[in-house]
Write a protein that binds this ligand. Structure first.
Ligand code: 2BA
Length: 145
């Protein structure tokens, strides 16, 4: 990476790269996984953030986790979709970012995760940073250098 490219990329901040909360599909704790599956199928995303009623970040939930949780020995137990709650199957180990997280840390996070949730100092959800947004900037920098 050239020093010019490094400088440009490291100047970028999470705020300008993230998708703001109001444009992000999400589900809430307390929702049945049936609702989460509907949100995922309708939005087309494989996984979305989980928030509490105060808009605090709690985790993420994806189609694979939901389907695994209703897999019986011989059949898919569809009736479980209305019984199991989002918090019973969500991932809580997904990394989060702060508004002041530097670009290189963001880049490392999206190597293993398609997106990371951005939270403020109170843990309130403010948006997501996607792999696409990071790769777009890296691509721009390569062509600019
Ligand atoms: P995935 O749903 O697995 O999507 C992988 C990539 O496929 C996305 O990468 C995007 O390039 C494309 N894609 C999938 N569904 C799309 C849709 N409905 N509209 C446009 N493009 C779509 P990224 O854009 O880097 O997103 C990474 C991950 O971030 C997504 O993974 C999804 O889990 C989450 N995500 C992105 N935008 C979101 C939003 N507005 N609300 C909730 N989650 C979002």
């Amino acid at each position: 990476m050239s020093s010019v490219m490094k400088k440009t990329l490291t100047d970028l901040n999470v705020m300008e790269l993230m998708i703001p909360a109001e444009k992000v599909a999400h589900v809430q704790v307390g929702n049945p996984i049936e609702h989460a599956l509907l949100v995922l199928v309708e939005s087309g995303y494989s996984s979305v953030p989980v928030l509490d009623m105060h808009y605090k970040y709690q985790g993420t939930i994806g189609k694979t986790q939901i389907l695994k949780s209703v897999m019986g020995i011989e059949r898919i137990e569809v009736e479980q979709l209305s019984e199991i709650k989002v918090e019973d199957v969500m991932h809580q180990d997904h990394p989060t970012l702060k508004l002041d997280t530097d670009f290189l840390t963001c880049l490392k996070v999206v190597i293993n995760h398609a997106f990371a949730c951005v939270v403020d100092e109170d843990g309130s959800f403010v948006g997501i940073l996607t792999r696409r947004a990071i790769l777009k900037e890296v691509n721009k920098s390569i062509y600019a250098s």
